[in-house]
Design a protein around this ligand. Structure first.
Ligand SMILES: *Cc1c(COP(=O)(O)O)cnc(C)c1O
Length: 366
């Protein structure tokens, strides 16, 4: 889809009278409409709830907007729990999905009465020692191996530090039941930034079948399945966007085929989307400080990798628009850089994108 900013040059010039660049600007209307589309897409499930992954944008104003749209929060640290508490989230509004969890974080999540998602079998005893055993506990699943859809390898769970094996899930559930836990959740995050309407339905199929097996093996009541994050966005102009309505229907089909016949139609679906909730609705607005012509052409911005790390960290593509020149021909090639004394402080390398057609910066092909 064409990348059209939600701000004009005139609006930007007005804003910088009060707020100098660089700054992040968010589109509240876009955020709310997207959250409503998501809730609508899963409205067939009675207990459905989105727990926004706070790490994606830990900003109290944005958390409040999502709260008003019916979202909870997914926290992974003490600080995120504190931020969420300050924004008025508590109890079942909070999912605590952490790993390498410090004792004080676990205790904080327990004290807030949050849903606790255990990353490892050893965390059963750890939770009991440092906090206590709640009535509902979630466990994070890692199937190992590679996760593929058709011929495409999507990600590599066998290489990922998160979650536990199915045998460990069974053992964790049994131990937790012996300690008085009444209700259980299942969580897994198997592929990141998927641009495919197939990911969530496929993950749902895997987790629903696991839910049936865990219920049969332990007798545990499975209260929810948490599909976690991973629904991505179309960073590149030539990429198709995900259609959340199609994704919701795909999950419903799996639900009706797998869980309903087993008498497990009361299972609630949770999601922990981060990127999908905010990435398309945020801009980093920056001013060009200098142009430099040496062996390559450089555009130097007043923003740097500290303001947006993904290009420097992952070589990620982020679309860049020159305000006021939205429709001008793109007949120059530049590296767009920040001013850190690190040569990877670049927002784009050899970018020659036009508004209508981006370049394949790192070999990505439509
Ligand atoms: C990062 C993260 C998310 C959000 O992932 P997105 O890809 O941004 O949707 C959800 N859950 C957990 C546990 C995470 O670590």
């Amino acid at each position: 889809m064409e990348k059209k900013p939600f701000i004009t040059l005139a609006q930007a010039q007005e804003i910088i009278q009060d707020v100098p660049t660089p700054f992040h600007l968010y589109d509240e209307k876009g955020i709310r409409e997207n959250a409503r589309r998501l809730n609508q897409a899963f409205s067939w499930n009675k207990g459905y709830k989105e727990y926004f992954a706070v790490k994606a944008t830990p900003n109290p104003y944005l958390l409040k907007i999502l709260q008003e749209e019916g979202c909870g929060v997914d926290c992974s640290s003490y600080t995120e729990l504190m931020l969420s508490q300050a924004c008025g989230f508590s109890g079942s509004d909070i999912m605590f999905s952490s790993n390498v969890t410090p004792a004080q974080d676990m205790k904080k999540a327990y004290d807030l009465n949050a849903y606790i998602n255990l990353d490892d079998l050893t965390h059963v005893e750890f939770l009991e020692q440092v906090a206590g055993i709640p009535e509902t506990v979630c466990c994070r699943y890692n199937p190992g191996g590679v996760f593929s859809m058709g011929n495409d390898i999507m990600d590599n769970p066998g290489d990922s530090k998160y979650g536990m094996s199915e045998e460990q899930m069974v053992e964790a559930y049994k131990k937790l039941m012996a300690k008085g836990v009444k209700h259980f959740g299942i969580h897994a995050f198997l592929a990141s930034n998927t641009v495919s309407n197939e990911y969530y339905p496929m993950l749902a199929g895997i987790l629903f079948k696991l839910a049936v097996r865990l219920h049969k093996a332990t007798g545990a009541h499975i209260a929810f399945v948490n599909l976690s994050g991973g629904v991505g966005v179309d960073y590149r102009p030539e990429q198709p966007a995900n259609d959340i309505q199609v994704i919701g229907e795909g999950v419903r089909k799996q639900f009706e085929e797998i869980l309903v016949p087993e008498g497990m139609g009361d299972v609630a679906i949770f999601t922990e989307l981060g990127r999908f909730m905010l990435a398309p609705y945020g801009h980093l607005v920056s001013t060009v400080l200098h142009q430099k012509h040496i062996y390559k052409e450089y555009i130097g911005l007043d923003a740097c990798a500290a303001n947006l790390m993904r290009p420097a960290m992952y070589g990620a593509y982020h679309h860049i628009t020159v305000l006021g020149k939205e429709n001008a021909p793109c007949d120059h090639k530049y590296d767009v850089t920040g001013g850190l004394c690190e040569n990877n402080d670049k927002f784009a390398v050899e970018r020659q994108a036009s508004q209508r057609r981006g370049i394949a910066e790192r070999g990505w092909q439509p």
